[in-house]
Design a protein around this ligand. Sequence first.
Ligand SMILES: [Mg+2]
Length: 378
Amino acid sequence: MANTELSLDAEKSANPENPSSAELPESMMDLLQEVHVLRLPMVTRFRGITEREVLLFEGPNGWAEFSPFTEYGTAESSRWLRAALEFAGHLPPHPGTAAVPGAEASGHLGESFVAINATLPACATSEVEAILSRFGPVGTVKAKVAEHGIDSLPADLERLREFRRLFPTATLRLDANAGYSVPEALTACAEFAHFDLQYFEQPVAAVEDMARLRQALSERGLPVVLAADESIRKADDPLRVAELGAAEVVIVKVQPLGGIAAARSVIEACGLPAVVSSALESSVGLAAGAHLAASLPRTDRSLEILGENPACGLGTARLFGEDVVAEEKSLSPVDGRIPVTRIVPDPKRLEALAVDPGRFAWWSDRLQACWTHLRPQV
Ligand SMILES: [Mg+2]
């Protein structure tokens, strides 16, 4: 099935220049005209998946991506849709939020590149140098730890010692993906504190446990800054993290928070330094992340913890075997950074990577269900 078969009469479309809820059509396809659903193979299994399905469309301001994970329900996924519609220019920013920097031409932004962290997976110590050398100059590295919980600690420490031997001045972050209990995290932090960490992402799962851990670290005088990642999945989560004192840094993603403007507003409201990360998107989705990252305020606290040019977790294009554009036009990091730009997919790739008609129908239904949920709120 050609994606264009869903295209409907252009005359029925809402005015994208100034849409209001009353003018927005009930049918998503009356607004979007044409969508593409692609299946992107992953180079390595990540988050339990080996391929990623993404829906792309073009709006007045450019291309945007709608790619909630397939198991997500309608209410949650509709926030991802708001983000995509806003970045494409089909929707104004969420009421009460700041203007959308990403909706303007990227030339309006003060910076044209954002720094990207390299990722060091749980690998053999002998592989550390080779893995990081593929990334280019090593500025900031995020090392994954706790793959098998506290049992991984001896191997994690050996790998970190090798890392510090090779890169004594690089900025180091750790990410446990909630792999520890609070007592285990305390044991691990007592060791990790020797490695001059910038911060430690989500050592434990529950936001209340993050707060408990932070308190215990402070009582023991362990200088480990905590960052909340998995604790933040929707727009008011950063506020809860701040209220509970669960972390000093928040990791934010554009789509789950409902768009660039909503993300900026919640970051301002929670008052914590933020690091932008990807939701495993194609280069089209990564572009929205880069726009958010380039527009974040540099507060005193942000400068203190993250420095002048905080690295973002937007280097995930390398996890994919295929992208929507050729490698040199993609948002794969070069020299540890990516440009703040908009991506126009290659038409041949849109065709070659298209899903089968069954999956296209599934995504079309999902898109409409999310729009039906979202439309009364915009
Ligand atoms: Mg993380």
